[in-house]
Design a protein around this ligand. Sequence first.
Ligand code: AHR
Length: 500
Amino acid sequence: MKNARVEVKNEAKATVSRELFGSFVEHMGRCVYGGIYDPSDPSADEDGFRTDVLELAKEMGVSIVRYPGGNFVSGYNWEDGVGPKEQRPTRLDLAWRSIESNQFGLNEFMAWIKKLSAEPIMAMNLGTRGVSEAAQLVEYANTDHGTALSELRKEHGVKDPHGVKYWCLGNEMDGPWQIGHKNASDYGKLAKETAKAVRLVDPDVKLVACGSSFEEMPTFGDWEQTVLELCHEEVDLISLHAYYEKYGDDTLSFLASSARMDRFINRVAAIADQVAEKKGSDKKINLAFDEWNVWYQEKFEGVNNLEFRSAPRLIEDEYSVEDAVVVGSLLMTLLKNSERVSMACQAQLVNIIGPIRTEPGVPAWRQTTFYPFAITSKVAGFEVLDTAVDAEKQDCKLFKDLPMADFVVTRSPGGDAVVIFCLNRQLEEETHLEIDLAMISEEMKIVATHCLGGGELEKTNSQNYPENVTPTSLEKCEFSSGLLKASLPPVSWSVIELSV
Ligand code: AHR
């Protein structure tokens, strides 16, 4: 048994943005076709949307959804996906070597997201296209001045402007795999000019510049610096992307993913602040972690080996309990950094490395990774409280001085609910947690506990066993006179809900 002590200060470190609980829908594999949209499925509604997927996305508490890519967007003509469906062209999607029917496009996505009661983040193609097409897309989507483009939207059956606030200025433009990949200064100039034009069309937009595709990119750091030096005043946010996986049987390094994510966030924030200082600007660029997840990239055969097919089965990873523990810990890192990370999207929503899985004709099911997202988005309070953690540290292959336990404490707006998120990285042993909550109140009640992990880490959910894994509760957890004591199972993610 190991020990961890946490002191909670009655002081908010940051306000939690609801936009941290975002997801991502890309025209890739079976995320759109056969995922959110499948008119032939028994669960489909009048628009062809799978209602079971929609219900599960609601249960997850998804607040914002990025669309239509991803790598896909860098070769996409948005005009192909609007207007009468029978007139829409079928095209090659070069990013994922697929056949794109364009039966689902901008207006279908907006109708779907309305049913979800979430907000869109639209990505623009800055790979094969540029300033003019981006400005036209915003004019089509967001304006009502009686121009050809706003009238065209009305002809397409959408009377009112969509009012899309968040726009990504391209996707992963630092990556050589990206169609229309650019160096940092070419991209920075293009992002600046696109931002200027788009703001002239709609001054209310919030714009996300592309950061690095992952922290280990050889250009990481220089890329952020150069891009922000060029477009600092024109953009609002910079993106971060990161996918984590387990290498061999190195569970501890896998559990270090959230510490790596934390370091990545701090590095990007520091660069953004340096650029602001150099420019003498008061403007604070916030971070959009608009692609994150666990993804076993080692298992992916790669794009070049794919045959052109419609909605192919791509990267449909089946997630284990251990993966869910890591997803829970990544959400803790996002919460912890909510002062700076104002938006985040788990990539992707369904089938493609998704927390939701579908097969034709049968009900959709929850992967293990569904639970930490749904629980966090439901119970995470309004503000993150300042904490001081005393826990053992260890080195692992991918991280030095890794704290073997991690905690985040949030509080509701009225202060009547406190939630403690816990990660135990110990591989074999329980961690005995003592958390001093006296600064908040001597009198609290444990309302509920949730736990994933502690054993059978390889278990998964599947079509035949959709509820093989569900969260359990903590066996040992008690509160008395301002002190909460709990035993956290080895390799586990837990949540303790308290009422004040
Ligand atoms: O989410 C899958 C892919 O990962 C996205 O298309 C791309 O942006 C990232 O590399």
